[in-house]
Design a protein around this ligand. Structure first.
Ligand code: ATP
Ligand code: MG
Length: 356
């Protein structure tokens, strides 16, 4: 057998630091988002002078550096002081007040959460945080199922800044008035990157990730163009990695335009959100849809109930819509018919961006 004869050897790999293409990888600098990071910092700054901070509502399309900017600012803040506690919560994973408070306790190093109710957990959090001040970042805030935690924080944590991050600008408009009037947030939109910015970002990541000189210029431009078209840096990171792997599988020492074309063909429509971010129930629903792709929403709900699902139909519908939002599944509305209008739910079987 000569299966491995023509393959590149370990020391011939095109990658030198593949981790730099991970979505969670935090580069040294976050170019083109300086103004946004400065805005974040000005909301937090009063806390450093022992005054109350300002709240910020951040919105913008997927994959354009909102979460990354928040993590950068938190990293700087941690270097600067111990008096302001940064707390980051992903509300897609932690989508109830209870889950959020457990998460915050965990971040604060408080372990005795067992058997405690939401209110008791909040008391613990309040006691700890009111000795200092806190910055809360609630990422994917629109995925939240109940908003009580926010009310409690606004009312009872004295010195704080609350950041809320979402793709959906309208979320703020629909927010409960009693919270809105206490929150009074500034609003910051993250705009999309220009083609030159897109190229700059990808270039920096590629310089980390690949052996120098292995990218053909035209191939790299093709990745930039596709990423710019999709307006999502994650798709660019995916294409960089995938093109590199395809080139390696062909034992090529250069990544050429053909490899990029194949990577683009593989990508198609992918999910823009990491699957890890889905809560248990959403994952459960997604698995059901996967097995029953193409069925009516009502039928899938019946199966969901039979399988022990606990959400009521309205919640179930909302979760389906959110999964569609993240491109995990498709909803096709069928008008008319003998039973009136209905929706057909299909599983997005194309390879998910994060499943490689
Ligand atoms: N200006 C930038 N410089 C370097 N990397 C960037 C920049 N903007 C985005 N990225 C990278 O792109 C990827 C997606 O960014 P991020 O996770 O911050 O997106 P997001 O705006 O939070 O998207 P979503 O709304 O889907 O959560 C990350 O790997 C991030 O490091
Ligand atoms: Mg994000």
């Amino acid at each position: 057998m000569t299966l491995f004869k023509d393959m590149l050897k370990g020391d011939e790999s095109l990658f030198r630091n593949e981790m730099a293409l991970d979505f969670e990888f935090l580069p040294k600098l976050l170019p083109y988002r300086e103004a946004e990071q400065r805005h974040f910092a000005t909301c937090i700054a009063p806390l450093l002078q022992n005054r109350n901070g300002r709240n910020l509502f951040v919105h913008g399309a997927p994959g354009i550096g909102k979460t990354a900017a928040m993590r950068f600012v938190f990293r700087d803040l941690e270097h600067e002081t111990d008096e302001v506690v940064p707390i980051y919560v992903n509300c897609w994973q932690k989508n109830t007040s209870f889950k959020i408070l457990i998460d915050i306790c965990d971040q604060l190093g408080y372990k005795l959460t067992h058997n405690k109710r939401t209110e008791e957990l909040f008391e613990v959090v309040k006691q700890i945080l009111n000795k200092k001040s806190a910055v809360f970042a609630f990422d994917e805030i629109d995925k939240i199922e109940d908003i009580d935690f926010l009310y409690s924080i606004l009312e009872e944590v004295f010195k704080k800044s609350v950041f809320m991050i979402t793709n959906h600008r309208d979320w703020l408009l629909e927010l409960d008035q009693r919270i809105k009037s206490r929150l009074l947030p500034e609003v910051l939109e993250f705009r999309k990157y220009s083609i030159a910015e897109t190229k700059g970002i990808l270039k920096e990541r590629a310089d980390f990730a690949f052996v120098p000189g292995c990218w053909d210029d035209a191939a790299f431009d093709a990745v930039t163009a596709k990423t710019f078209e999709l307006e999502d840096i994650r798709s660019g990171l995916y294409l960089l990695r995938e093109s590199g792997m395809i080139a390696e599988s062909k034992s090529s020492r250069k990544i050429a335009i053909d490899h990029v074309k194949q990577a683009i063909a593989k990508m198609d429509e992918f999910s823009v959100k990491p699957k890890d971010d889905l809560d248990e129930d959403a994952n459960f629903i997604l698995e059901l849809v996967k097995k029953n792709s193409g069925k009516k929403i009502g039928d899938i709900f019946k199966l969901y109930q039979e399988a022990g699902g606990s959400s009521v139909y309205k919640t179930f519908q909302r979760k389906i819509r959110r999964l569609a939002d993240g491109k995990f599944l498709g909803i096709q509305l069928i008008k008319g018919g003998s039973e009136g209008s209905t929706s057909i739910i299909t599983f997005n079987s194309t390879k998910k961006l994060t499943e490689f």
